[in-house]
Design a protein around this ligand. Structure first.
Ligand code: PLP
Length: 283
């Protein structure tokens, strides 16, 4: 297996990340997961732009342009003979031998690597019959609009859901006595009520690339979509619920904790269909 690591294509055995890398010692880094299909890289510009914005916010440098990165990524996918897969991109603030919390004073090059991975196995039944969500407190920090490699709370949330037979966690924050839903460990959520779509507004949650595409599709289909604070109770009282992400695409939800939903509802079906059309036609 080939990786792209600090400007070179390296084979797994040959690559060595220094143990003092700030990604390892401080989780001082960013990542992206981009879907590849038949060797094409889907919505690459959207993903890379998100990384550029966050890198600027955290004062990190991406060593390659979007065009260069895409070319390296295509070559990596080709070398690994990955047809349907996931391109993983990671950027960290580089190596810091002193392990000081503050940014290194001398100019330290960032660490940038990419992996071309086969698509993780997801049972097709999940798209057909829907998945179960488990509510779980959102234990994260205030930087959730960035795709940082600080993922321990997401790992705990998803692991909790899996351990209870679920697919994802529906995370929530307590606000003025209410449980306000945020997102999943690696997904965004939508609900449908009285023919209107609702999704949690971007307020310390990730502006998901799929979420953005789905909002556009809902509008194109002439439905109303409202981005606002959405409570867990509103999700429980919804007619339809679905999740979206790069890897799960659009997936119906059949239950949240003990509350069940009709699957697959008409609205969800339309969005799944529109997204699949976009997915297979995009470059
Ligand atoms: N929310 C979180 C916390 C995520 O980690 C992800 C993806 O991994 C998403 C939402 C979905 O984002 P995207 O559609 O860009 O994959």
């Amino acid at each position: 297996m080939w990786a792209f690591y600090d400007g070179e294509f390296v084979q797994e055995k040959g690559k060595h990340v220094q143990l003092e890398n700030r990604g390892l010692t401080f989780a001082d880094g960013l990542f992206e997961v981009v879907r590849t299909i038949k060797g094409r890289i889907l919505f690459f510009e959207d993903h890379f732009t998100r990384m550029i914005k966050s890198a600027a916010f955290f004062n990190m440098e991406i060593p390659f342009t979007s065009q260069e990165t895409k070319e390296f990524a295509s070559e990596l996918i080709r070398r690994n003979a990955i047809e349907d897969g996931e391109l993983y991109i990671q950027l960290t603030r580089g190596t810091d031998l002193h392990r000081e919390h503050r940014f290194p004073s001398e100019k330290t090059p960032s660490t940038f690597f990419m992996l071309a991975l086969p698509l993780r196995r997801i049972d097709a039944e999940n798209w057909k019959n829907g998945v179960k969500l488990l509510t779980y407190p959102d234990l994260r920090h205030k930087l959730c609009e960035h795709k940082t490699i600080n993922l321990l709370p997401n790992v705990l949330a998803k692991n909790f859901a899996y351990s209870k037979g679920g697919y994802e966690a529906l995370m929530f924050r307590d606000f003025e006595g209410k449980k306000v839903a945020t997102e999943g460990g690696s997904s965004n959520y939508f609900l449908v009520k009285d023919g209107v779509f609702f999704t949690p507004e971007i307020n310390n949650i990730l502006p998901g690339i799929t979420r953005g595409k789905v909002i556009d599709l809902i509008k194109k289909l002439d439905y109303q979509v409202v981005e606002k604070p959405v409570t867990v109770d509103e999700f429980l009282e919804a007619e339809e619920v679905f999740l979206v992400s790069t890897v799960s695409r659009v997936m119906p939800v059949r239950a949240i904790d003990q509350v069940c939903f009709s699957v697959c509802g008409d609205y969800t079906r339309q969005i799944m269909k529109s997204y699949e059309d976009l997915f297979f036609s995009s470059r």
